[in-house]
Every structure is written in structure tokens, then in C-alpha cells.
Design a protein around this ligand. Structure first.
Ligand code: ATP
Ligand code: MG
Length: 391
């Protein structure tokens, strides 16, 4: 970004350039003097050899002298020499200024090279006048817009990378379910046709979830947009978490954990992007099963506080140390990396969950006591105007 406070300064010539300018001046003066002498010699010989010309000059001198009432201007030497002097000074000034402009141009070019070498936050800082000033401000403007375009591109690239990482992360949960249920069918571990249908149905639902994640990925990566669109619908949160509890039943029972939902009311109709909210719960429930060491219970609570829905996913496993609570939602953060090595996570789940909750205009935090480790989400029940703008 351009440093807008960058102070404008005049171009200061190096001592080499000053001596160059000085030498140019001396050479010009010598050449001009020689030229003056040559012209004088030629002129005097022309005038001397032509008496009529002398008379004409003499006449015009008299006419003008009588007007000006002075002889100073028309005294032979005094008339020619000031004229020569004025011409000489003009030529000297023109030569030197031309040389000076070349030097300014050289300074500008070296600044340009500096910027081209990767110093994109630099701008040509010179205070100039006339055309050169316009050139400099056009160059600075061009660099500004190029840098802005590069940054835009980078931001889009980064958000796409993030999206790809997030979606590939979240695809694992339904995939694990599908493999789990299909595994049961494959091993004929079902007791009735009803069981069989339940397993295939769950696998089918999870496969659809995966498909929509992949579609998201395809959809968002082909468009140039840095923010993830949100697809708000009205839905019943109680029903959603009850379905999730069913989805995780198999995995939980394998670990001897019971999943339960507790709701304040039979229904909580609210606005939200259900696919994304399911991803949040998937992450929280997967974590509870993975990290809630020694847990026997996972409870999903659905409640209401004013205009917000309050959702809690808690387990009665090993507590999270106090120092880690604040960092849990950072990308790639994992508590005691070595202890959790066997679970092989990437530390992205909670960061993704947090960004989805924030996209809904809500917030998420964690609390941990020796009894319960809870992840608490607050979401606006009705989408507000700020949300509508985000869409
Ligand atoms: P990923 O989700 O990317 O596979 P991860 O599960 O390690 O990896 P997060 O979901 O962001 O990453 O969780 C970050 C860390 O928070 C976990 O590594 C774990 O140490 C801790 N954590 C998360 N949930 C719980 C929980 N319910 N009980 C105890 N620790 C937890
Ligand atoms: Mg996780």
C-alpha cells in the first residue's frame, strides 16, 4: 500500500551531477564567448566594408537616440554587448535547465527501478513541476492500482485456499459416517431390515452432505469472490440437533458415550444456513468424541436468551487447560500437540466453526470445568439487516 504520509521532496543532485552541471556551464560559456567574438569580427568587417550599411545604422541610431534622449544604448559597444549578454544568458540557462531535466529524469528512472525490484510500497517522492510532475503522479497512480490489483488477487487466492482447506476438512466427518455405516452393512452387523434401512438412510444422507460440500467447493472456487455466501433459510434448531444426535449415535456408542439433546422448548424456529451450521456441530461433536477423554456423556442443549439462540455442546471428559481456552479457535492450534498426536487433527475444526458462526452474526466460546467441557454458541434467531447485506 502507498504510504500516503510519504513526504514529497525536491530532487537533490549528487556532487557528481553538480560538477557535471558546472562543467556543462563552463563549456557553454567558453563556446558562447568564442561565438560572440566570431560574430563581432564578422559583423565589424561587414559594416566596415559597406559604408551604406554604416550610414543606415548611424541614421537609425539618431532616430532612436532622439526618442530615448540618451546616447548610452547607441554607443557602438553598449548596444551590441548587452544584446549578446542577454542572448548568452538565455542560451546558458536553456542548456543548463535541459541538462537538469535529464538528471531529474535519471533520478525518476532509478526510483522506478527500485519499485520494479519488488519495493511495491515505495512511491516516487519528488516534488516537481510541469510535465514531469504529471509523469511522476501517473507512475505513482499506476503503481497504486497495480499493487491494489495484486493484493485483491492475493486475497481472493487466500480465501479460496482457505475454503478448499475448510471444505476438505469438513468432508471427513460425513465420509467417516458413510464408511462406518456401510462397514456395518458389509459385516452384516444389523439385526433387522429396519436396522439395515436406517444405516443405508444415514449413509445416503451423509453422502448428500458430502455432495453439497463438494458443490460448494466447485461453486466458490470458480467465482472471484473473497467472501463465502450464506444461504439463509428458516428451520427448527431442535429438530436439527436431534437429527445430529442420531447421526453420531453409532460413533458415540463405539466409544461408550451417550449422546443426548436437551431443549427448552419443543421447537426453536430460527434463520440460518443449515448446511453450514451442521458443519459446526459436526466439528464440535467430533471433537467431543475425540478429545473428551473419559467422557460418558455428550449433551447438546438448545435454549433461547432474548433474541439469541444459545446452543451448547458439552461433554464430561477431561478438561481443557485454562491457558489453552483462548487459543482453541486459532487456525492450526491444538492443545498439547504431542498428547493428541494419535488423533491426528489439523487444528482447523474450531477455526472453521468460528468463522461459520461469525458469518451468521453470532459468536462461540469455550468453557471448561472438571465436570463439563462446553462449547457455547450464540446466534441471532432472526437474520438482521447486517446479515442481509452480507448475502
Ligand atoms: P481438526 O478439527 O482440524 O481435525 P483438531 O480437532 O485438533 O483438528 P480443532 O477442532 O480446532 O482441531 O480443536 C483444537 C484443539 O482443541 C484440539 O486439538 C483439542 O486439543 C482441543 N479440543 C477441542 N474440543 C475439545 C473437547 N471437547 N475436549 C477437549 N479438548 C478439545
Ligand atoms: Mg476438530
Amino acid at each position: 500500500m502507498q504510504n500516503k504520509t510519504e513526504k514529497k521532496k525536491h530532487i537533490t543532485l549528487t556532487s557528481k551531477e553538480i560538477s557535471e552541471l558546472f562543467a556543462e556551464g563552463i563549456v557553454t560559456i567558453i563556446l558562447l564567448l568564442l561565438l560572440n567574438v566570431a560574430v563581432l569580427v564578422v559583423l565589424s568587417s561587414v559594416i566596415n566594408s559597406s559604408p551604406s550599411l554604416t550610414d543606415a545604422i548611424w541614421d537609425s541610431k539618431n532616430i532612436f537616440a532622439s526618442r530615448l534622449d540618451s546616447d548610452i544604448f547607441w554607443n557602438g559597444r553598449n548596444f551590441i554587448l548587452p544584446l549578446f549578454l542577454i542572448l548568452d544568458v538565455a542560451v546558458l540557462y536553456w542548456r543548463l535547465i535541459r541538462r537538469y531535466r535529464q538528471m531529474q529524469l535519471r533520478h525518476i528512472i532509478s526510483e522506478l527501478h527500485y519499485i520494479a525490484n519488488g519495493n511495491y510500497d515505495h512511491r516516487i517522492p519528488f516534488e516537481l513541476r510541469g510535465d514531469l510532475n504529471r509523469v511522476v503522479s501517473s507512475i505513482n497512480g499506476l503503481v497504486d492500482s497495480t499493487v491494489a490489483a495484486i493484493e485483491d488477487e492475493r486475497r481472493i487466492e487466500k480465501s479460496k485456499d482457505e475454503l478448499i482447506t475448510n471444505v476438505s476438512h469438513d468432508i471427513r466427518t460425513p465420509l467417516t459416517s458413510i464408511i462406518g455405516y456401510l462397514g456395518l452393512i458389509e459385516d452384516r452387523q444389523y439385526h433387522s431390515e429396519e436396522d439395515l434401512l436406517k444405516y443405508t438412510h444415514t449413509a445416503y444422507v451423509k453422502a448428500k452432505q458430502m455432495k453439497s460440500l463438494v458443490e460448494d467447493l466447485f461453486e466458490y472456487t470458480k467465482v472471484r469472490q473473497p467472501s463465502v455466501p450464506i444461504n439463509m433459510t428458516s428451520f427448527d434448531m431442535v429438530q436439527l440437533v436431534e437429527q445430529l444426535a442420531v447421526d453420531f449415535e453409532l460413533e458415540a456408542s463405539k466409544k461408550g458415550v451417550q449422546i443426548q439433546t436437551v431443549a427448552d422448548a419443543p421447537q426453536l424456529i430460527m434463520d440460518g444456513d443449515t448446511e453450514k451450521l451442521v458443519r459446526v456441530f459436526n466439528n464440535l461433536l467430533t471433537n467431543a468424541l475425540k478429545y473428551g477423554k473419559g467422557a460418558t456423556q455428550i449433551i447438546i442443549e438448545v435454549g433461547k436468551a432474548g433474541t439469541e439462540a444459545v446452543l451448547v455442546v458439552k461433554n464430561n471428559g477431561e478438561m481443557i487447560p485454562k491457558y489453552a481456552l483462548d487459543s482453541l479457535f486459532d487456525r492450526f492450534y491444538r492443545v498439547e500437540e504431542s498428547r493428541n498426536q494419535e488423533t491426528g487433527g489439523t487444528g482447523l475444526g474450531l477455526a472453521i466453526s468460528q468463522s461459520i458462526v461469525a458469518l451468521h452474526g453470532g459468536y462461540i466460546y469455550a468453557k471448561s470445568t472438571p465436570q463439563w467441557t462446553s462449547f457455547i454458541i450464540h446466534l441471532p434467531i432472526k437474520r438482521n439487516s447486517a446479515m442481509a447485506k452480507k448475502e
